[in-house]
Design a protein around this ligand. Structure first.
Ligand code: GLC
Length: 481
C-alpha cells in the first residue's frame, strides 16, 4: 500500500508545473453508468408507500441551501497572484497546484468569524428547509473531525474545531434538515480519482485502497457523529467509480442511516433518489423522478474574491417558482469566505427571497407541479450556467403549482389588459384571492375557462401570487386543451 499519497507534507515546494487553466470550469460527471459486466448494484428494497414516507420531508421542502466551503476559500480564485479561471473549488485542479503547496493553504484556513447560528438562521429566514454542506470536496479536505485522514480541519488547520458539529446543533434549533456533500471518487490529496488526470506524482495511489481506507471510513464518520444527521448524502463526480466501490459506500451509509436520501451521483449503476440538474432548469422537469436543480448565485460554488457576477433576486424567485412548477426542488448555493462569512451579496439575496417566501411560501412548500403546462411555452435551446447547451422553457410570464383543493398562479407579468385568462380550466373555482393579503379577486368562469379580473399594478414587484380554490378538493384539476 502506498501511504505516501495520504501523508501531508507541510514544506513549501517550488512550483514549476503551473499550467494555464482551461477556459471551461465545469468538470461535472454526473453519468451514472454501470460498468459493463459488473454485478448489479444492490439497493434497499422498499414499497412505494415506504418510499413516499422516506421522501416526504424532502418533497415538501422545495428549497434548500447549498454551502461550498473549504480550503479553496483561502486562495479564493488566485494562485501566485494570478486569477485561475473556472469555479473556485476546482483551483487545485485547474491551477495544477502540487499537493504540498495546496496543503499550505490549510494553514491559513482559520474561520474565526464562523457562526453556525447565523448561517442556519439566514437559511431559515430565506424560507429554506434544508442545508447541504461540503463535508469533503474534491480537494479531499475533511471539514470534520476525521480519524481516516490527517487532511482535515482539526489537524491541518489552525481552526481545530469541527464546524459540522455546530451546524448540526443550529439546524436542530431551527428545525432545518442537514445534509452532507461528500466527494467520494475525486480526491486530489488522499489518492482518489481526479477528473482530467493527476498532475503531481504524490497523487498516484490505488483507488480501491483509497475507498477502503479513506472514503468508507469517512462516510461512516459523517453518518455517526452528528446525531440524526445527515438527512442527505450528496455524492459528486463519480469518476472511476464501479459497482464494487459504490456498493461499499452505499452499504456503509445504509447500515447507519437507513432513511437517508441519496442523489444520483454515487456511480456504479446506483440510480439514487434524486436527479441533480446543475446550473439549469430542464424545460419539462423530470416527470416521475424526484429532482433538485442546484444553482449558484454568482458564477462559482466555492468562494472567489473576484466573482461579483451576482444574479438578481428576481431571477432566484423566478427559478424557485419555475422549478416548483415542474415538481422539483431548488438548492441555492453560497460560498463562504475563509474567515467563515457568507458574502454580503448572498445574504442580501437570501433575505429578499425570504421576504417573498414569507408572504407566498404556501404556493411553494408541499406543492405539486402545474396543472396546465402551456405557460411553459416551447422547449427551446439555451446555454446553462456553464455555457453548455441545454433547453429551457420559452415562456416566463407566469408559473403554476397545485395542492389539494388549490391552484396557485405565480404571475411575473401582470396583465395590462386587466384580464388573466386560464383557457380550458373546467374544474369549478369557488374563490380567487391574492395569497399575500387574501384580498378577494373577481373572476368569471365559462365553458371556455376562467378569466381573472385584475385591475391596477402588480401587487408584488417580482411575482404576485393568486390562489384559486376549487369546489371539490378531491377532484383532479381538469383542463380542456
Ligand atoms: C460539479 C463540480 C463541483 C460542484 C458541483 C455542484 O460537479 O465538480 O465542484 O460541487 O458541481 O453540483
Amino acid at each position: 500500500m502506498k501511504t505516501i499519497a495520504r501523508l501531508l507534507v507541510f514544506s513549501l515546494a517550488a512550483v514549476n508545473c503551473f499550467a494555464a487553466p482551461p477556459n471551461q470550469a465545469n468538470e461535472a460527471q454526473t453519468q451514472n453508468v454501470a460498468i459493463e459486466g459488473a454485478a448489479k448494484p444492490s439497493a434497499a428494497q422498499e414499497t412505494p408507500e415506504q418510499n413516499d414516507l422516506r421522501m416526504k420531508w424532502w418533497r415538501e421542502a422545495k428549497f434548500g441551501l447549498f454551502i461550498h466551503w473549504g480550503v479553496y476559500s483561502v486562495p479564493a480564485g488566485f494562485y501566485q497572484d494570478k486569477p485561475v479561471k473556472g469555479i473556485g473549488e476546482w483551483i487545485m485542479n485547474k491551477g495544477k497546484i502540487p499537493m504540498v503547496e495546496y496543503q499550505q493553504f490549510a494553514k491559513e484556513f482559520n474561520p474565526v468569524k464562523f457562526n453556525a447560528d447565523d448561517w442556519v438562521k439566514a437559511a431559515k429566514d430565506a424560507g429554506m428547509k434544508y442545508i447541504v454542506i461540503t463535508s469533503k470536496h474534491h480537494d479531499g479536505f475533511a471539514m470534520f473531525d476525521s480519524k481516516a485522514s490527517p487532511w482535515n480541519i482539526m489537524q491541518a488547520s489552525p481552526y481545530g474545531k469541527d464546524p459540522l458539529k455546530d451546524l448540526a446543533a443550529a439546524c436542530r434549533k431551527y428545525d432545518i434538515k442537514l445534509g452532507f456533500y461528500y466527494s467520494q471518487a475525486q480526491d486530489w490529496n488522499n489518492g482518489g480519482a481526479a477528473s482530467g488526470g493527476k498532475w503531481d506524482k504524490a497523487q498516484e495511489h490505488d483507488m480501491d485502497d483509497y475507498i477502503d481506507k479513506v472514503a468508507v471510513p469517512q462516510v461512516k464518520e459523517i453518518c455517526s457523529n452528528y446525531g440524526e444527521f445527515p438527512s442527505i448524502i450528496w455524492w459528486d463526480t463519480p469518476t472511476g467509480m464501479n459497482t464494487n466501490r459504490a456498493q461499499k459506500l452505499y452499504d456503509a451509509v445504509h447500515a447507519l442511516k437507513p432513511n437517508i436520501i441519496l442523489n444520483n451521483r454515487l456511480g456504479g449503476g446506483f440510480k439514487g433518489d434524486t436527479e441533480t440538474p446543475e446550473q439549469k432548469i430542464p424545460a419539462q422537469g423530470y416527470p416521475g423522478r424526484n429532482w433538485e436543480a442546484c444553482m449558484t448565485m454568482n458564477d462559482t460554488w466555492g468562494y472567489k474574491r473576484d466573482d461579483n457576477h451576482w444574479k438578481s433576486t428576481r431571477e432566484m424567485i423566478f427559478n424557485l417558482c419555475d422549478i416548483a412548477s415542474k415538481g422539483g426542488n431548488y438548492l441555492l448555493n453560497v460560498g463562504p469566505t475563509s474567515e467563515g462569512l457568507i458574502p454580503q451579496p448572498s445574504l442580501d439575496r437570501l433575505a429578499e427571497v425570504g421576504k417573498w417566501m414569507k408572504a407566498n411560501g404556501d404556493a411553494i412548500y408541499g406543492s405539486s407541479a402545474t396543472a396546465f403546462g402551456g405557460e411553459l411555452g416551447e422547449s427551446v435551446k439555451a446555454k446553462d450556467g456553464y455555457g453548455h447547451d441545454t433547453t429551457v422553457s420559452s415562456a416566463n410570464d407566469w408559473r403554476c403549482t397545485t395542492k389539494t383543493g388549490k391552484i396557485y398562479l405565480m404571475i411575473f407579468k401582470w396583465p395590462t389588459t386587466g384580464k388573466f385568462e386560464l383557457a380550458g380550466l373546467q374544474t369549478k373555482v369557488t374563490q380567487a384571492y391574492l395569497l399575500a393579503d387574501h384580498k378577494k379577486l373577481k373572476f368569471e368562469q365559462t365553458d371556455a375557462g376562467v378569466t381573472l379580473l385584475l385591475s391596477g399594478d402588480a401587487p408584488d414587484p417580482i411575482a404576485s401570487v393568486v390562489c384559486l380554490e376549487i369546489a371539490d378538493a378531491s377532484a383532479k384539476v381538469s383542463i380542456q386543451k
